[in-house]
Design a protein. Structure first.
Length: 136
């Protein structure tokens, strides 16, 4: 009986350890990121694949070392900016407070390298996934 319990708890501990999400290894969020693709799961008709985002519908996110945030986008030839602050938590949760939202915008950083940033957000139709590339 004790051997069975030991095997059970060892297996449970092993499964718990491997199922946990690993934290983002690169904390290089600082810089400019341009939206280039969006994963349309259930969103926009649900084709469940990555789709390119045109420059006309794209935006740039800027993160500074001091915790400042800026989102810049052009709509119908007019440039709009959302300025604020951000916090990247140890569990890869990103919280943004900006002039464009009355509340805190929340996302999950599912990938962060020197060239790529994947942000996952929640929507009515499920997870909304945006792919950004580092830009100047």
């Amino acid at each position: 009986m004790k051997v069975r319990l030991l095997i059970f708890y060892t297996t449970l501990l092993f499964l718990t350890t491997i199922s946990c999400k690993k934290p983002v290894q690169n904390n290089g969020l600082i810089g400019n990121w341009k939206l280039v693709e969006r994963y349309d799961g259930y969103l926009n008709g649900g084709n469940f694949r990555w789709n390119s985002v045109s420059s006309a519908n794209s935006h740039i996110l800027s993160f500074t070392a001091s915790g400042n945030y800026l989102r810049t986008e052009t709509i119908n030839g007019t440039q709009f900016n959302c300025a604020g602050t951000y916090l990247l938590q140890a569990d890869n949760k990103l919280e943004i407070n900006s002039s464009c939202n009355s509340g805190t915008e929340k996302a999950f950083v599912s990938e962060l390298t020197s060239k790529t940033l994947l942000l996952d957000g929640s929507g009515i139709e499920g997870v909304i996934r945006n792919k950004y590339l580092a830009s100047k």
